[in-house]
Design a binder for this molecule. Structure first.
Ligand code: 13P
Length: 249
């Protein structure tokens, strides 16, 4: 039985003081022992958020990292820095990074490997554009992303990984994929993992849906057999996130 994992992706929101205030506001609302709860926060918020969440059920994630160990990479943050600061998860390959910052699968593959080596759990994102969906190549595209991003990653590490399926047309648009669309692709990702690795690995890997998840649609999405939780943008910044985390209560 896979434990659900519900993560907020704060994106470029919340100054350090706002971040601490949000942690306090959500503290009692996000208590649910049935699920793993994670806040993926901007780099500058990591240290205050780790402190603010001490003694709670909420884990901290980063939104990005660089694959090099250390050195002359001005402005970047390493996996070891994140780990030392108390981070447990790191989003890799969000569509905003792929699009605005031109991150490609070869780079993301290096990031995934480095995160695992440092003891972080990657939340690896994939997803198609509306154009790709309309062309009927959604699953081809996503299989290509998964295979490239996980090239050379061992089965035992993939079993512990989180994959987030985020259709780009559903991000920040208020336009959620239907439950059937989300389940179809999450199931397809699991089948792809079984094909590359084996059944046990496919059964263990956790696959989230992301894209306009809210308090009204979370329970239906998370009830699907291949959807192991959500990666939540806008709704993670308000009290509604508590309702999403407590979708089963
Ligand atoms: P929204 O929930 O705001 O659509 O964002 C989804 C997302 O990109 C999470 O990573």
């Amino acid at each position: 039985m896979r434990k659900k994992i519900i993560a907020g992706n704060w994106k470029m929101n919340m100054t350090p003081s706002q971040a601490v205030a949000l942690c306090a506001e959500l503290k009692d609302l996000v208590k649910n022992d049935d699920v793993d709860v994670v806040y993926c926060v901007p780099a500058i918020d990591i240290v205050p958020v780790v402190n603010a969440l001490k003694g709670t059920n909420v884990k901290v994630g980063a939104e990005n990292m660089y694959f090099e160990e250390k050195g002359a990479f001005t402005g970047e943050i390493s996996a070891a820095m994140l780990k030392d600061a108390g981070v447990e998860y790191v989003i890799i390959g969000h569509s905003e990074r792929r699009d605005y910052f031109k991150e490609d699968d070869a780079l993301l593959n290096k990031k995934v490997k480095k995160a695992i080596e440092a003891g972080l759990t990657p939340i690896l994102c994939c997803g198609e554009t509306l154009e790709q969906r309309e062309m009927g190549i959604t699953m081809d595209w996503i299989r290509m992303q998964i295979k490239s991003d996980l090239a050379g990653v061992a089965a035992a590490d993939v079993a512990k990984l989180v994959i987030a399926y985020e259709p780009i047309w559903a991000i920040g648009t208020g336009k959620t994929a239907t439950t059937a669309q989300a389940e179809e692709v999450c199931g397809g990702i699991r089948a792809c993992i079984e094909e590359i690795y084996d059944k046990a690995t496919a059964e263990a890997v956790r696959i989230q849906y992301g894209g306009s998840v809210n308090a009204a649609n979370a329970a239906e999405l998370f009830a699907e057999k291949d959807i192991d939780g959500g990666l939540v943008g806008g709704a993670s910044l308000k009290a509604d996130f508590g309702k999403i985390v407590c979708y089963n209560k």
